[in-house]
Design a protein. Structure first.
Length: 258
């Protein structure tokens, strides 16, 4: 290939937007993929329409691409992710893509939650595809926690899993790492990426409520079964990989209280 074109899937999502911004800064040719029919007016980025669920438009989107940073995931209907993986891998093979960089989640092999099982299956499909790959697992994004607490606080109680800890990591720092991986050689599964501090989820909820000026009871609830046991055993965190810099408190000050 004459150019190292990088394709970002899920380019309109929370992480995808950050990744796209950082790829643009590298000066490399960048292509952004979305299902939307109306494409953004975005100088320096080639936007393409394609649908991972059906495979429609993928061959054109992948034509001439050297590297894919895969950020797309259907969290509302996660069962679509597996057909999406199969379509993505098929298109990548036909296009001769040389490197797929995937984002995944810390704890998917320790907490038997349905969405996490789908993430594991996606990792397996990638590893067995024959396409060179890199896979990064990260802890929870502050934006995700912000949305969850926002929905929960519409009731008198903010319900949180009891005896559970969390390690928020800034999505911009995750994007930095993904773009770094995309510019290097395929590395397989790399070290997990966690935020700088581990918190009890109840404490995160209380600090969020204080920042947004809401008064609610925080109600810890014991999650039953193996999933709950995995949460209480620290399945969501990776304290040995606390390499993130931006803290939850800094996120609240910049994004919520401001």
């Amino acid at each position: 290939m004459s150019e190292n074109v990088i394709l970002v899937t899920g380019a309109t999502g929370v992480l995808g937007r950050e990744v796209l911004d950082r790829v643009r800064r590298t000066g490399l040719p960048v292509r952004a993929m979305t299902r939307g029919a109306v494409l953004p007016d975005d100088p320096g980025v080639t936007w393409v329409t394609a649908d991972l669920r059906t495979g429609e438009g993928l061959d054109a989107a992948f034509d001439g691409v050297a590297t894919v940073i895969h950020c797309a995931s259907d969290t509302r209907k996660p069962k679509h992710d597996i057909p999406g993986w199969r379509h993505l891998l098929g298109a990548a093979k036909r296009a001769g893509v040389g490197h797929i960089v995937n984002i995944s989640i810390v704890g998917i092999d320790r907490i038997p939650y349905s969405y996490y099982k789908i993430k594991i299956e996606g990792e397996r499909l990638l590893a067995e595809s024959g396409i060179p790959w890199s896979n990064l697992r990260a802890t929870q994004f502050p934006e995700l926690l912000h949305k969850v607490f926002g929905v929960s606080s519409k009731t008198p109680f903010v319900i949180v899993p009891s005896k559970t800890v969390c390690q928020p990591v800034d999505q911009g720092e995750v994007a930095d790492r993904l773009v770094e991986l995309a510019q290097g050689a395929p590395a397989g599964r790399v070290a997990d990426l966690g935020g700088p501090r581990v918190y009890r989820v109840g404490d995160l909820a209380r600090s969020w409520l204080k920042a947004v000026g809401k008064r609610r009871w925080v109600l810890p609830v014991r999650v039953p079964g193996r999933a709950g046991a995995g949460l209480r055993a620290g399945g969501l965190v990776t304290p040995e990989n606390a390499v993130g810099v931006r803290t939850w408190e800094e996120y609240l000050a910049a994004k919520v209280a401001g």
